[in-house]
Design a protein around this ligand. Structure first.
Ligand SMILES: [Zn+2]
Length: 437
C-alpha cells in the first residue's frame, strides 16, 4: 500500500526539530521493511504566519509498505512522544497519514497553506474529505502543516538540503564546523549549491544558531551536489546522522498570490503591483519605508534593517516608478500601519528624473554661474548671458530587474539570485540516501 506520512510542529523556540524526528522515523520505518518512494520532503509553508517557530517547516515521508495506516501512525506517534518537545509552549505536534494517491483537493489545500493563514478547522474538514487519519498533541495546530506537506508533490521547482545532526552532548555548544572549509566548499560548489556564505558580510549560513540538534544544512540542486559539498567540510565534532531532503526551499513557492491592495490580508504572502506614491524614507532602526498605490488603495512597504544593501535600492525609488513588491503582510501595530514586508522587488518602469542645472555657455562650453538674484546666468570666461536654469534628465542607478536582499536575510523559501538562471530537469533517479553511524 502507498502511504504518505506528514508530521509538523514538533519543535519549540527552546529546541527540537521536525526534520530530526523525520530522520529517526526513516530509520525506524526502514527497519520495518518500508520502501521509500522519494526523499523525505521538507515542506516550508507560509513564512508570514506570525506564531510559527523559525521556518514553518513540515516533513512528509512517502512509502510503499505492507504496514497499514494505523501502524505507520503508531510508529510516528511513538517517536514524537520520545523525541519532540512535548510540553514546551507552542509545541503542538501533528501527524497525518493518507493512503493511496494524493487527491487534487488536498493539493489545493496545500497551495493555500503556502500563501495564507489556514485554520486547523479547515485542515480537519479536508482530512475527513480526503479520508486521511490524524493525531495531534496539545492544540490541533500541528495538523495544518502535517496535512499540507502531504499535498505538495514538488513537481515544479525544488531543491535538496543535506541536514547533519549533532550528538546530544554537543547540543547547546558552539558548532565545530571549520569556517575556512565552508568558504572553500562554497567557491568550488557555487554552481550547484546556494546560501552557504553571505556575500555581503562573509557570514557562514550553513550552521544555524541556537540549541537545536542541527549541526549544519547544505542546500543545492541535486543529492549528489549536497553530499559532495558536505563531505568537503571540516567538522571536528561527532555527526550523529545526516539525511538528504527534497524541498521547496529556494523556489519562491510562496510568492504566487497576486493581490490588489484592497484585497491584502494580514499574514499572507503576496505579490502586489503598483506605483510608488511617496518617496522612500528611513525610520528609526534603519528601516526604509515607501508608499505603494494601485487603483484600489495604497499600502506601506518596508525594507527592514536586516536586508542590508537592499535598502539602498529601495531608497532610490522615485514617485511614479512602477514596481512589483513580493513579501508578507504584517498587521498594524500600536502606531504602525499594516505593512508589506518586502522579500524582493521587481522594477517594471522607471520615471525620468529631471534635475535643474545652470546652463552651459554656447560659446566656450563652460557651465555658467549665477549673475545674482533674478539676474540670470553669466559665463565667467566670455561674459555671455542666459535667463534661466535648464532641465536635464539625470540618470537612474536602478534597472528594470528583480532586486533581492542578501542571503542572510532570506526566508527558507526565498529563491536566491544564483538560482534564477538554473532550470530543473526531472527528479533525480539516484536512490534515497541517509547515514546513521
Ligand atoms: Zn562663454
Amino acid at each position: 500500500m502507498r502511504i504518505h506520512l506528514g508530521i509538523d510542529d514538533t519543535d519549540s523556540l527552546a529546541g527540537g526539530c521536525t526534520t530530526r524526528i523525520a530522520t529517526n522515523l526513516v530509520s525506524i520505518l526502514d527497519s520495518k521493511g518500508v520502501a521509500f518512494l522519494d526523499y523525505p520532503n521538507l515542506i516550508r509553508l507560509n513564512p508570514n504566519v506570525p506564531w510559527k517557530t523559525r521556518g514553518n517547516g513540515a516533513v512528509c515521508l512517502r512509502m510503499e509498505s505492507s504496514l497499514n495506516t494505523e501502524e505507520v501512525l503508531e510508529f510516528a506517534a511513538e517517536e514524537i512522544e520520545r523525541s519532540s518537545r512535548l510540553g514546551d509552549p507552542g509545541t503542538d505536534p501533528g501527524i497525518v497519514v493518507l493512503a493511496g494517491a494524493v487527491p487534487s483537493d488536498l493539493e489545493e489545500f496545500s497551495k493555500e497553506a503556502l500563501t495564507r493563514v489556514v485554520t486547523p478547522s479547515e485542515a480537519v474538514s479536508t482530512i475527513s474529505r480526503v479520508g486521511a487519519e490524524a493525531l495531534s498533541y496539545g492544540s490541533i495546530q500541528g495538523i495544518v502543516g502535517a496535512l499540507a506537506s502531504i499535498g505538495m508533490p514538488l513537481e515544479d521547482d525544488y531543491t535538496f538540503e543535506l541536514i547533519a545532526y549533532r550528538s546530544d552532548d554537543f547540543i547547546g555548544k558552539p558548532r565545530l564546523v571549520d569556517n575556512e572549509s565552508v568558504v572553500r566548499m562554497n567557491k568550488e560548489m557555487s554552481q550547484v549549491t546556494f546560501n552557504n556564505v553571505d556575500p555581503e558580510t562573509g557570514r557562514i549560513l550553513i550552521t544555524p544558531r541556537g540549541s537545536d540538534p542541527i549541526l549544519c544544512g547544505v542546500r543545492g540542486e541535486s543529492p549528489e551536489a549536497v553530499r559532495k559539498a558536505f563531505h568537503m567540510l571540516r567538522i571536528s565534532e561527532p555527526v550523529k546522522a545526516w539525511m538528504i531532503f527534497r524541498t521547496n526551499q529556494g523556489t519562491d513557492a510562496h510568492l504566487t498570490r497576486r493581490c490588489r491592495i484592497s484585497d491584502l490580508q494580514d499574514h499572507s504572502s503576496v505579490v502586489v503591483e503598483g506605483i510608488v506614491m511617496e518617496k522612500p524614507h528611513t525610520i528609526r532602526g534603519g528601516h526604509v519605508i515607501f508608499v505603494l498605490g494601485d487603483e484600489t488603495g495604497s499600502v506601506n512597504c518596508a525594507a527592514y534593517e536586516p536586508t542590508g544593501r537592499f535598502r539602498e535600492t529601495i531608497r532610490q525609488l522615485e514617485v511614479g516608478d512602477r514596481v512589483r513588491g513580493f513579501g508578507g503582510m504584517r498587521s498594524a501595530g500600536k502606531s504602525i500601519p499594516r505593512t508589506l514586508n518586502l522579500e524582493k522587488l521587481e522594477i517594471l518602469t522607471l520615471v525620468a528624473c529631471m534635475q535643474s542645472r545652470n546652463p552651459v555657455c554656447p560659446h566656450c562650453g563652460k557651465r555658467m554661474k549665477s549673475a545674482g538674484r533674478r539676474q540670470g546666468y553669466r559665463c565667467e570666461r566670455c561674459g555671455s548671458h542666459a535667463i534661466s536654469k535648464v532641465q536635464l534628465e539625470s540618470s537612474r542607478d536602478l534597472a528594470k530587474r528583480i532586486y533581492l536582499p542578501p542571503p542572510r536575510a532570506h526566508r527558507h523559501l526565498t529563491k536566491p539570485e544564483v538560482r534564477y538562471l538554473r532550470t530543473r530537469t526531472g527528479i533525480s533517479r539516484s536512490p534515497m540516501e541517509w547515514h546513521f553511524p
